[in-house]
Ligand binder design. Structure first.
Ligand code: ASP
Length: 323
């Protein structure tokens, strides 16, 4: 018999916990300014061990997928995560999945998983703002909360979720908005989907809107290049022309497939940059406009910030290339 079960207790929900690194698995031997901090040092089994009582919430299956600072996140790790989560959910007895992640690119990975996973059983990302060795480290609480969410039937069918500092955010809305504060994440004007903590889990609003079509994960070597460019005073389009030229000459591999433009206001763009973008578009590059003033409204990318639009555009371009 499983050690977490007894004859008079119901079996615990089975939750897969995947570690990818980040500050939640980080250590700090000195003040961060002195360079003593390293992300992704501890393994996922150590993180689980550091969260007292977590074993009473679920039967946990802990696995390491990567041990990186999430600023270095790459498509190979995304592919591994998506594959492992899909395999896990193919088991009829699998209830949920938690991913521990660095806070810096958590929103990109959450949105990637939202795009490629078939909706259903809960996938919950979490992170920490303080290393595991810090005084009052926030990682153990966040991991505990994430497991609470992943093990809850109420979390199913709400898309990919993020449990951070007592709040439950949706993958489309969540963004990191502070480099240090414990409540570094926000869902902007829309607010979180709910709250989680010692009192349990409570959803206060539904998952926003329709989930767009589920897209396939591109195979290795088939991730299209989508770059971010921004509009600002003096934006003259030189970067776009250089990208286009390098792409045409074959110096840039893979060549330029798309551009996400961080525009001003409603996604407006400096006239000189616009001229270069028009040339790129007529050369077959997909150009999508976001705004530095907040989430653009309307259209296929409604409510997404620029880095998430980039994720979606890469997946769409890969799907188109496959035909
Ligand atoms: N640089 C770290 C990371 O994203 C920051 C963190 O996890 O809070 O991996």
């Amino acid at each position: 018999m499983n050690p977490t079960q007894s004859a008079d207790r119901l079996p615990l929900p089975k939750v897969l916990v995947l570690g990818t690194g980040g500050t939640i698995a980080g250590v700090s031997t000195a003040h961060p300014a002195q360079g003593g901090y390293r992300a992704g040092v501890l393994d996922i089994a150590q993180l689980v061990e550091a969260a007292p009582g977590i074993e009473l919430l679920a039967e946990l299956h802990a696995e390491q997928v990567a041990s990186i600072d999430s600023k270095d996140m790459r498509p190979e790790v995304w592919s591994k995560l998506a594959t492992r989560i899909a395999q896990w959910f193919a088991r009829p007895d699998a209830v949920g999945c938690v991913v521990t992640h660095g806070s810096d690119t958590l929103e990109e990975t959450a949105y990637f998983l939202q795009c490629v996973l078939v909706p259903g059983k809960p996938v919950v990302l979490t992170a920490a703002m303080r290393p595991a060795t810090a005084l009052s480290a926030d990682g153990p609480r966040n991991l505990y909360d994430a497991v609470q969410v992943a093990a809850s039937p109420d979390a199913a069918g709400r898309g990919v979720l993020c449990a951070l500092h007592g709040r439950v955010h949706g993958a489309c809305d969540v963004t990191k908005a502070h480099p240090m504060a414990l409540d570094a994440f926000t869902s902007g004007e829309r607010g979180p989907l709910g709250f989680v903590g010692p009192q349990g889990l409570q959803f206060t609003r539904n998952h926003p809107g329709e989930k767009p079509q589920t897209l396939s994960v591109p195979s290795a070597g088939n991730w299209p290049r989508v770059e971010l460019v921004s509009s600002h005073a003096g934006a003259d389009g030189g970067v776009v022309r250089a990208l286009l030229q390098a792409s045409r000459s074959g110096a840039l591999q893979p060549g330029l497939g798309g551009l996400v433009v961080i525009g001003t206001g409603h996604g407006t763009v400096h006239e000189d940059l616009q001229a270069a973008l028009d040339v790129a578009e007529s050369a077959g590059v997909r150009v999508v406009y976001a705004s530095r003033a907040g989430m653009p409204q309307g259209g296929a990318y409604d409510g997404l910030n620029a880095v998430k639009i980039r994720v979606r555009l890469m997946l769409e371009l890969a799907a188109q290339a496959k035909g």
